[in-house]
Design a protein around this ligand. Structure first.
Ligand SMILES: Cc1cc2nc3c(=O)[nH]c(=O)nc-3n(C[C@H](O)[C@H](O)[C@H](O)COP(=O)(O)OP(=O)(O)OC[C@H]3O[C@@H](n4cnc5c(N)ncnc54)[C@H](O)[C@@H]3O)c2cc1C
Length: 329
């Protein structure tokens, strides 16, 4: 590991000042991703600004009746908070399906959103990776790409976004609150991540040293018709092959509003804005669910080892919609 300096910030303003003062600084939350990357020499920061102790650890009702989650709230605290368990169960379930209890006790909300891909070639500094080292190429495209993306990729990168929490937040239309030296801003999570295109190393719309301070959820849409379904190689402590987050508003047996987001398949948490509209005004039915699934996966491009994800994703969508429309998952 490369030598680095370290400061523990007490306020968001301290944090952005501290990070801006050193070239090559990184924020560190729980460190469960960043430290691994530093050990592998994928990340080589000169300085770490610790933001895990900022006073952004509260989960509170917002004025609009939604909820504001501090950026430093631990994944375990978020998953088990009464407001989240009862009003946003899809988020609680997504969090509890990720990593392990020990990791969730360390990992923060902001760190989870910002976690890097698990693409094997990104982690291996002897491989070509446009995300790690722009312009070098992508060994995943012709390599062992079983865990890579089938939606949103480009000829330069097919690295997957691995978060479970962010998939549920994409489904819930979460808003990311940030602060930087140009002030505060609020960014819809569904506009936060960038597709790789020709610049896979630019993953989000954040500016250098912009700090995530909170995530806001609008008033809970439903706490009855929802599902977070994660399909993976092992029952726990494993990233998703495919996951689906669904919430449905239902009136008199018909779906009035559906929201559907996918994980394990996209270069970013994949919200199916257009396809989900096909469900409006429809009674739950396997044929319409399958039609939605076909529509979501129409643009998918499979590679040698991950082709199977396309059909798996369709079946996961159908099952998640069935569970959600049938009542509490
Ligand atoms: C063995 C293992 C299994 C896992 N399984 C899963 C899984 O199944 N599902 C899943 O979703 N995740 C999984 N994870 C990933 C885990 O959820 C992430 O490592 C964790 O959420 C990262 O949070 P952190 O606070 O530790 O981030 P850190 O490691 O501290 O930081 C991650 C990134 O976020 C940036 N950052 C941190 N805080 C801020 C901030 N406030 N503003 C801006 N940038 C910030 C850092 O600079 C860094 O780039 C797994 C991890 C491991 C090690």
């Amino acid at each position: 590991m490369k030598i680095f300096t370290y400061t523990k910030a007490e306020t968001p303003q301290d944090a952005i000042r501290d990070a801006a003062a050193s070239s090559g600084a990184r924020y560190i939350g729980g460190g469960t991703n960043l430290i691994d990357l530093m050990k592998e020499l994928v990340e080589r920061p000169e300085h770490l600004t610790d933001v895990s102790q900022l006073k952004t650890t509260t989960i509170e009702k917002s004025q609009s009746g939604g909820v504001i989650i501090g950026g430093a709230v631990k994944n375990s605290d978020l998953a088990n908070h009464e407001l989240i368990r009862t009003q946003y169960p899809v988020l609680s379930r997504a969090l509890l399906s990720g990593a392990s209890p020990q990791l969730r006790n360390m990992a923060t909300t902001a760190g989870n959103i910002m976690q890097r891909t698990r693409c094997y070639y990104f982690y291996d500094i002897n491989s070509k990776c446009n995300k790690r080292e722009p312009g070098t190429g992508c060994d995943a495209i012709e390599g062992y790409n079983r865990m890579n993306a089938v939606l949103g990729g480009s000829k330069h990168c097919i690295a997957l976004h691995p978060s479970d929490m962010a998939v549920a937040m994409a489904c819930l239309d979460a808003i990311v609150h940030t602060i930087s030296d140009s002030g505060e801003r609020q960014i819809p999570l569904n506009e936060f991540y960038k597709l790789p295109g020709e610049t896979p190393h630019i993953e989000t719309v954040l500016k250098e040293h912009e700090l995530i301070t909170a995530v806001e959820l609008s008033p809970a849409p439903t706490n009855k018709h929802w599902c977070y379904l994660k399909v993976r190689d092992r029952a726990s402590y494993e990233f998703a092959l495919v996951s689906a987050a669904v919430t449905l508003d239902m009136v008199a047996g018909k779906i009035s509003r559906a929201k559907l987001a996918l994980g394990g398949v996209g270069t970013k948490p994949w919200r199916a804005f257009n396809s989900e509209k096909m469900l409006s005004g429809k009674a739950p039915d396997e044929h319409i669910f399958r039609a939605v699934a076909e529509d979501v996966m129409k643009p998918a491009v499979g590679y040698e080892h991950n082709q199977f994800k396309i059909e798996l994703a369709k079946r996961t969508i159908v099952r998640a919609l069935k569970v959600a429309s049938g009542g509490v998952a």
